[in-house]
Design a protein around this ligand. Sequence first.
Ligand code: LLP
Length: 419
Amino acid sequence: MVNGQDTTELANKYGTPLFIYDVNKIRNNARAFVHTFEKLGVKAQVAYASKAFSSVAMLQVAKQEKLSLDVVSQGELYTALKADFPVEKIHMHGNNKSAQELEMAVSHKIGCIVIDNFYEIKLLDDILANYKTEMDVLIRVTPGIEAHTHDYILTGNEDSKFGFDLANGQAEKALQMISESKWIQLKGLHCHIGSQIFETDGFVMAIKRLFSTLEEWKTRHAFVPKVLNLGGGFGIRYTSEDDPLPLSGYVEALVSEVKVHVNRIGIPYPEIWIEPGRSIVGNTAITLYTVGSKKVIPGVRNYVAVDGGMTDNIRPALYQAKYDAVLANKASQKVAETVSIAGKCCESGDMLIWDLDLPTVEHGDLLAVFSTGAYGYSMSSHYNRFPKAAVVFVENGKDKLVIKRETYQDLLKNDLSYE
Ligand code: LLP
């Protein structure tokens, strides 16, 4: 069951593979962030990182929940505009924003651009001069902390394609360049230390580093940030091995650490922005597959193949990500075998789950994989020319198709004949 809906019925109605999102859960996650900031009396923007899952319907839900939006491409911005997302609440990221992307952002008057490199400062300045308009920006900095989910590495010598180094004065040079621009308005700093982070100490370290820079900039440039964007990365539970904090716990940790440093260096409390993607949608969806073939290698392994795989969920192949799953049509049956779930792509690495305990698996069973709401559909591909899956939203016991299943005609729509 998903939100009162029988998954077997949904599979019959929409086919498989099928992403089923519980919209009430999306709203609850969004509200957990927003309400915690409200409770703590901190002015904030919670910007949904739409790379986790972007569609018109999803962005409409984000809009209804009064979220802001993080887009990283013209395609994500285009989707936001189609969803009628309030432009002033859209923030644009990207380590290689094109002139066209920046121009689209400027012409639609989006709320903020997160500046990533020197080339972009010049490009944006020229575009703004052309449009005779101003744009708020944040400088993205790499604070020298890398989160590896459970532990943090302090990297003295930054090695990242994103942002300006704090350590070697690049960020300060960006500040100076921006302050010479008539059109670019610097609101503050941005940093993002990684994704699927469970503990708060990495965020705390990053905030410490940001403030030691801000302390210097206050003295040297009289710069006081109006905004601090602390990025996303809050972890979720995929399997019982994962132990994230409640979403409010991350917000509380950020807010209290910022307070310490604001008092220490004597500046007003800035607006806090965050950019959660995974933690808003990750645990709100399941993927339903139909079981097809089975290969039993006695004493070695039972492979069970489903009608999707790395084309709708690349994460196990790409990151060795782990997932949990059940047989939706045999939910009350006892565990009878240990199987490994294979996708149907022509590639040995196309495995979804290794060593999963299930009731006896048979052709036609429905496998429900949990927590596939983030970076599943959004990273899906056409490998082996599989059409992309359908996406259904369920809310208050009602289901609605929000992304149609692709057809073979869709697959070929850009193919041109060579005869
Ligand atoms: N802000 C920035 C600047 C980011 O780069 C990201 C993610 C986020 C926010 C959102 O992070 P989240 O809250 O979703 O962790 N494809 C990978 C994740 C890549 C994340 C990239 N940046 C995965 O499937 O695990």
